[in-house]
Design a protein around this ligand. Structure first.
Ligand code: HPA
Length: 284
């Protein structure tokens, strides 16, 4: 694992700019099983991330690494399909490269989506969950994307994480969900490293510390985005119920996650489109 700084970010940014004149102001990160949403982006320039210097290559089934730059609901967007994860062996600053490239392209709002396991017993697979707040479990334990020398041009040394998930955007998302009858929960997402799913004892522990959903992404990107002064909206698709007992045959699988995503993807698309429609065209 090596730590990324300004030179890697600028090299990746330059390679994106060589391929397109687009000036996106909204960034989208599409989680597991949600990649096909990128096909809704109009007139997209598509860049395989393996063509970009320093880009951490995504190695997971269901996570083809591509950037899409185009228009969605009249907004100029950059979407990442196939994010990278800590469990692939990347340093958090590498995982955050996509967010930094978006930041330097002028993106002011980032929408992070993911697949997550439902810890809250009221949640059903297929639900969407608005992320009200997060627990950066690996970050608290020392794997924070902001480790190392701080680049003041990207953000402050000690950024506040009190309001990671923008209140106005959450309100907007609630209104859209209500008007379109989309099942929307709201809760705390805990980010763990993975790739192993949690043990039942870990599930009970994560519930106890106040988490409603658990996943292997998002918190690193959200931390970098807030550091960079961007507004963040986070939406989880609940793909499975967390298994909290060893005395059952139930087990989470990646196949189950991808299967549930088929139900989640159209709901997520409706919510994203509604939120994008309500955003001003270019303010910061
Ligand atoms: N645990 C961790 N990550 C996940 C899960 C889960 O149960 N479901 C989807 N991503």
């Amino acid at each position: 694992m090596s730590q990324f700084g300004r030179s890697e970010i600028e090299a990746a940014l330059a390679a994106v700019r060589e391929r397109t004149q687009h000036q996106p102001h909204i960034g989208l990160v599409l989680g597991s099983g949600l990649g096909p949403l990128a096909q809704s982006i109009d007139d997209a320039v598509i860049i395989p991330t393996e063509e970009l210097p320093h880009w951490p290559v995504s190695t997971v089934q269901g996570h083809a690494g591509k950037l899409y730059l185009g228009t969605l609901e009249g907004q100029s967007v950059i979407a990442l399909r196939g994010r990278s994860h800590l469990y692939e062996g990347y340093h958090p600053s590498q995982v955050a490269l996509s967010i930094r490239v978006m930041q330097l392209m002028g993106v002011h709002t980032v929408i992070l989506t993911n697949a997550a396991g439902g810890l809250n017993e009221a949640y059903t697979p297929g639900d969407l969950m608005l992320i009200a707040d997060h627990i950066n479990f690996v970050g608290l334990a020392g794997l924070n994307p902001l480790l190392g020398a701080n680049d003041e041009r990207l953000g402050p040394r000690f950024p506040s994480m009190t309001h990671v998930y923008d209140r106005e955007l959450r309100q907007r998302a609630r209104e859209i969900a209500q008007s379109q009858h989309l099942p929307l929960q709201e809760g705390v997402y805990v980010g763990i490293a993975g790739p192993s799913f949690e043990t039942p004892a870990e599930i009970r522990f994560l519930r106890m510390i106040g988490a409603d959903a658990v996943g292997m992404s998002t918190v690193v990107e959200a931390t970098a985005a807030r550091h960079g002064g961007m507004r963040v909206l986070g939406i989880s698709g609940i793909t499975n119920k967390a298994v909290d007992s060893t005395e059952t045959d139930a087990e989470p699988t990646h196949e189950e996650v991808l299967e549930a995503s088929k139900l989640i993807a159209p709901r997520m698309e409706a919510l994203l489109r509604g939120v994008l429609r309500g955003l001003p065209r270019d303010t910061r």
